[in-house]
Design a protein around this ligand. Structure first.
Ligand SMILES: Nc1ncnc2c1ncn2[C@@H]1O[C@H](COP(=O)(O)OS(=O)(=O)O)[C@@H](OP(=O)(O)O)[C@H]1O
Ligand SMILES: Nc1ncnc2c1ncn2[C@@H]1O[C@H](COP(=O)(O)OP(=O)(O)O)[C@@H](O)[C@H]1O
Length: 603
């Protein structure tokens, strides 16, 4: 009707449908064929589109949105789909902001509708993610897409029955010569569950492959350099493609598997003019900002800035592995020796010497084992074990210590037993109580760091910090302290119910109020008493408060002019005068492991 043009009433209906989808938490699939704003309604129709766009943007944080373009979509009819997560076009569909007629009038340019905005155009420029033969196939593609996605941005992606990988050894897909190209999609298909890879934007920026797959029945996002196109070099378009995909995966809490084989960023004036710095930075920002689990596998080579950009450890990858023959370094061995050995290479035996020097350089500086020694990767692995290792990192309990300057950062509580049952168990609240200066914050920080390294979701509620936000304005009267503790207990309860390990570090001097928190959280509440004598706290006086309290400058100071009621039966008491903070943290971690294990058995 009216070419599917949109006026005020149509806009109202569409906005209501979008809001309904948000309210009910249902993914949105829109079928679009629209001439754009209804000319008869002038600015009113434009306002209608504005409301639709706002609703699309608001919905983006809530549910997945897919647009299917089934015919011609012009003007405003293009922006609504462009604001959704995925655009599917049927072969005969066209999208353009201004149609061929206006183009002819304005520019004198003769262009057909398909040449202006057909699939041939939009599957190569990133506007359209997938192309289908017809409407029916478009629906099938939507179903397939939705099968990887959660119902809402807050839900977990769906889990399917795990399928084995079709290949025992995805390394077979690599050619024997390191100079030959190959199709990285074959490697991906060899790694993931059988039949479970949906590539997005297959014709845009073909040097970068992105898409959804399943590993052990669970959704993963894949980002991979494509050796077959431009040797997997990264350019502006590839950066945009990967960055956009990573942000989508982050929004829907989909873990990422990154396969690296790239000679680096595309050099040259065209790329610099096109803003490769800006686009490369977007890719960095997307990876560094993603909080979903990410693992990197370097399959053949990773040089320079591209190594960093492709989800290296220091950008926050949970783990990075390299296949045995991978090369990792600043630049290719040949380029490196041409700089380092410039003088020697000026002699006549040039070519042969360069080859030999390059080989020596590669062995010493670029090998996977050299990268392992320097802490750039966590392990050198064989192609056939990649699937298991990746699953272990993305969905299992295994964590790798973050490395600093090539050596693993010292574990705060070395030699601790891994608590295997921790990850799948419910959350808990570790309630650190004790005098000011007893060591609550210090020990809590160590425990938090170690739990995070083990893959736990952790939140710390430190009295000092809470009083600047949640409890801003509260003083230290009994009433105010109780209010403070009750607020902290409320938040800790909500978080620990949802699988988070909450670490509370607050003096919490009154027994009855702590017991209230215990009652609220039951088995999830673990009381940790930092038994530090008042004398020792006064000696430490880290903040100089005791001195002022003793001089009478601060009233109602715990231990001096306000009581501290010791816990009668804490789960654990820490003797911070005899133990080092690390020893205290180790004892807490052992208790947490045992406690959660018990809770799980009892459940
Ligand atoms: N009168 C008085 N008594 C106790 N503590 C005082 C007081 N005035 C300020 N401070 C500083 O506030 C921190 C205690 O905040 P908490 O939220 O942990 O206290 S409470 O649990 O509500 O009692 C406490 O920090 P910590 O040393 O980290 O415990 C002190 O630095
Ligand atoms: N075993 C220990 N556990 C915790 N802190 C300790 C220990 N031994 C000495 N300290 C020192 O005591 C101080 C405790 O301060 P802090 O952790 O801020 O205490 P509070 O729990 O009152 O916030 C720190 O300077 C810390 O280095």
């Amino acid at each position: 009707m009216s070419g599917g043009s949109v006026g005020v009433a149509e806009a109202d209906v569409i906005v209501e449908a979008l809001r309904h989808s948000g309210r009910e938490g249902i993914p949105l699939v829109a079928f679009i064929e629209s001439a754009g704003a209804r000319l008869q309604e002038g600015a009113g129709a434009l306002g209608g589109f504005g409301r639709i766009f706002s609703a699309n943007v608001a919905l983006a944080q809530r549910v997945p949105q897919i647009s299917v373009i089934t015919g011609t979509s012009a003007g405003g009819g293009c922006y609504s789909p462009a604001l959704t997560d995925f655009v599917v076009m049927t072969e005969q569909a066209t999208m353009f902001l201004t149609g061929p007629k206006i183009v002819r009038q304005a520019l004198g340019e003769e262009v057909s509708a398909p040449d202006l905005g057909g699939t041939g155009v939009h599957e190569r420029n990133g506007v359209c993610h997938l192309v289908s033969a017809d409407d029916l196939e478009a629906v099938a593609l939507c179903r397939e897409l939705l099968s990887y996605l959660p119902q809402t941005a807050g839900d977990a992606p769906p889990v399917r029955r795990p399928e084995p990988a079709p290949l025992d050894d995805p390394g077979m897909e690599l050619p024997s010569s390191s100079r030959s190209y190959y199709d990285v999609r074959a490697v991906i298909r060899g790694l993931v569950d059988r039949g479970g890879f949906l590539e997005l934007w297959p014709r845009w920026a073909r040097n970068m492959v992105v898409g959804f797959a399943r590993l052990d029945g669970r959704t993963v996002g894949i980002v991979a350099n494509q050796s077959r196109h431009l040797g997997g070099i990264i350019d502006t378009e590839a950066s945009q493609k990967a960055a956009r995909f990573i942000r989508t995966a982050e929004r829907f809490r989909i873990p990422l598997l990154v396969l690296v084989d790239t000679p680096g960023f595309m050099p040259g004036s065209r790329q610099e003019s096109a803003g490769v710095i800006r686009h490369g930075a977007e890719l960095l920002r997307a990876f560094a900002g993603a909080t979903v689990p990410r693992v990197t596998v370097i399959v053949r080579k990773a040089y320079g800035g591209a190594f960093i950009t492709m989800n290296c450890k220091d950008l926050g990858a949970r783990a990075a592995f390299a296949w045995h023959d991978a090369e990792i370094g600043i630049m290719s061995p040949r380029s490196a020796v041409e700089i380092i050995h410039r003088r020697e290479l000026e002699h006549p035996a040039g070519e042969e010497t360069a080859e030999r020097l390059a080989l020596l350089y590669a062995q010493a500086q670029l090998s996977a084992t050299a990268a392992l020694r320097r802490g750039a990767i966590d392990d050198v692995i064989a192609p056939h074990e990649t699937r298991t290792r990746v699953i272990e990192v993305l969905f299992g309990r295994r964590r790798f210590p973050r490395r600093v300057g090539g050596t693993p950062a010292p574990a705060p509580a070395a030699g601790l037993p891994e608590p295997p049952e921790l990850r799948d168990a419910a959350g808990c609240t570790l309630w650190f109580t004790g005098l000011s200066g007893a060591g609550k914050s210090t020990v809590a920080a160590l425990v938090a760091r170690e739990l995070r390294e083990r893959g736990e979701r952790v939140e710390v509620l430190d009295g000092d910090v809470v009083r600047q936000h949640l409890s801003k304005g509260l003083g230290f009267s009994r009433e105010d302290r109780d209010t403070n503790i009750r607020r902290i207990a409320f938040v800790a309860d909500v978080l620990s119910r949802n699988g988070v390990c909450v670490l509370v570090a607050a003096i919490s001097p009154y027994r009855v109020t702590r017991d209230e928190a215990r009652e609220l959280m039951g088995e999830r509440f673990i009381e940790i008493y930092l038994r530090t004598s008042l004398d020792e706290c006064i000696r430490r006086d880290t903040k100089g408060l005791y001195e002022r309290a003793l001089r009478g400058e601060i009233g109602q100071f715990t231990g001096i002019s306000d009581p501290y009621e010791e816990p009668l039966a804490p789960e654990i008491a820490l003797d911070t005068e005899r133990e080092a903070p690390e020893e205290s943290a180790a004892r807490v971690l052992a208790l947490v492991a045992a406690r959660l294990g018990r809770a799980e058995v009892a459940a």
